[in-house]
Structure formats: C-alpha cells, structure tokens
Design a binder for this molecule. Structure first.
Ligand code: FAD
Length: 200
C-alpha cells in the first residue's frame, strides 16, 4: 500500500492551494524534498460553476473550470505532488497513521490528512468531528467540519470552506496556504513560510 506524508481530500481551490504551497517548499527546505503529497478529488469543486471578476490577481472573466485546470497543472509541476481523480469514502486512524479508502477500491496510508472538501455534503466515514451548519454561508444547507483553528486532532487538518472560510476564492485559497504553512512549520519545528525572491 502506497504511503504519503500528506493526503489532501479535495482538489478544489483550498486543496490545490495547500498542495502548491507544500510543493513550492521542495527546493527550499531540505526536510521537504523527499516528502510525498497526494491530492484525491471527486471533481465537484464549486469553482467549476464560477466566472471570476472579483479575485485579486486573476484576469476578469476567467472561468473557474479553467483556473482549476491550471492550478492542477501547477501542483503537478512539483515532483513531490501527485493529483488523482477519486472519491474518499473512509479515513481510519491506525497506530498513529491514517488508512484512507476510496470509492475505486484504492487504499493509501498517510501521516497527515487534510480535509479540503468544500461546503457541500460530505460523506466520509471517520472524519472524527461533527458536521455543522456553515458559519459564513449565506445559502442554506451549506456545511463545515467543526475544528479548532483548522485542526481536528494531531495529524488531521481541515481547510478552505470545509473549515469555515467564506465562500470566496481568495478566502479558500488563503486557508489552503495557511494549512500548508502550518504543516511545514510542524516539520520544521518553527513557524515557516515559503517566499519566492527575485534574485536578478
Ligand atoms: C456559482 C458560483 C460562483 C462563484 N463565484 C465566485 C466569485 O465570483 N468570486 C469568488 O471569489 N468566489 C466565487 N465562488 C466561490 C468559490 O468557487 C469557492 O469559494 C471555492 O471553490 C471554495 O474552495 P474549497 O476548496 O473550499 O471548495 P471547492 O472548490 O468546492 O472544493 C472542494 C473539493 O472537494 C472535493 N471532495 C468533496 N468530498 C470529497 C471526497 N469524499 N473525496 C474526494 N474529493 C472530495 C469536491 O469534489 C471538490 O472538488 C463561486 C462559487 C459558485 C458555486
């Protein structure tokens, strides 16, 4: 069974932002260069339906589905990151690591699991926290996973709208990057950010 350091459930805005930030550390932090990150996504991101005019740094009229494709491509540029289409059905804590099962019958092990599952229905056994009414959603029926500052328990994170971010692209992307820096900080043993610097 393949084992990953971080398995991200959900490859929408927050999940891919988290993966990209983690990936961007591969050439900058020695402890990250041999890590393995997997993103599993069932393909139902809210961004699929959006056309964006109010996102800082994103060209007006950009289609959400095109942005998802380019974010996915960007994540896969990093050698430590892999993305796959699949739906996670179960997450079990076994001897301080997680066993993740999917609809297609695959099984993975992971040290860290990140729920980046958005604010729609979530059908995963073993989340380990309550599913509650979303605290920032104007629309009825939207849900989130109860958490403490993005953490469910040691090694189990929740990010983006699933963690309670507002349903704006930048809020979800920012939360994903925040979760990634929390994980990098855990590995480094001190608070860490990854900044690109113009060396010319
Ligand atoms: C119609 C519409 C228009 C919008 N317009 C704008 C706008 O103009 N400006 C703006 O800033 N924002 C806009 N948004 C909001 C933006 O799309 C969301 O804020 C953003 O997509 C949330 O990111 P997220 O990662 O939290 O969730 P999502 O992007 O929804 O990603 C969640 C992902 O998790 C996956 N997933 C869930 N369960 C599982 C599972 N069990 N296994 C594997 N994968 C799973 C889903 O398939 C999905 O891909 C719009 C949204 C909608 C619906």
């Amino acid at each position: 069974m393949e084992k990953f350091d971080v398995l991200i459930i959900g490859g929408g805005v927050s999940g891919l932002s988290c993966a990209i930030t983690l990936g961007s550390a591969e050439s900058k932090m020695d402890i990250v260069e041999n890590k393995k990150i997997l993103v599993l996504d069932s393909g139902e991101s809210h961004l699929n339906k959006a056309e964006l005019y109010n996102v800082a740094g994103v060209k007006e009229g950009t289609k959400g589905k095109d942005l998802l494709v380019s974010m996915n491509q960007k994540a896969n540029l990093y050698k430590i990151v892999e993305t796959k289409k699949d739906t996670v059905t179960k997450v079990n804590n076994e001897d301080n690591e997680y066993l993740i099962e999917t609809q297609s019958g695959e099984k993975y092990k992971a040290e860290i699991v990140v729920f980046a599952t958005g604010m729609q229905t979530i059908e995963i056994e073993g989340i380990g926290s309550q599913i509650i009414k979303h605290i920032r959603a104007p629309r009825p029926g939207m849900i989130m996973i109860e958490n403490d500052n993005g953490i469910i328990e040691d090694g189990k994170y929740v990010t983006g709208c699933a963690a309670g971010a507002s349903s704006m692209f930048s809020s979800a992307a920012g939360y994903g990057a925040q979760t990634a820096t929390d994980i990098l900080s855990l590995w480094a043993g001190k608070y860490t950010v990854i900044h690109d610097v113009d060396t010319k």
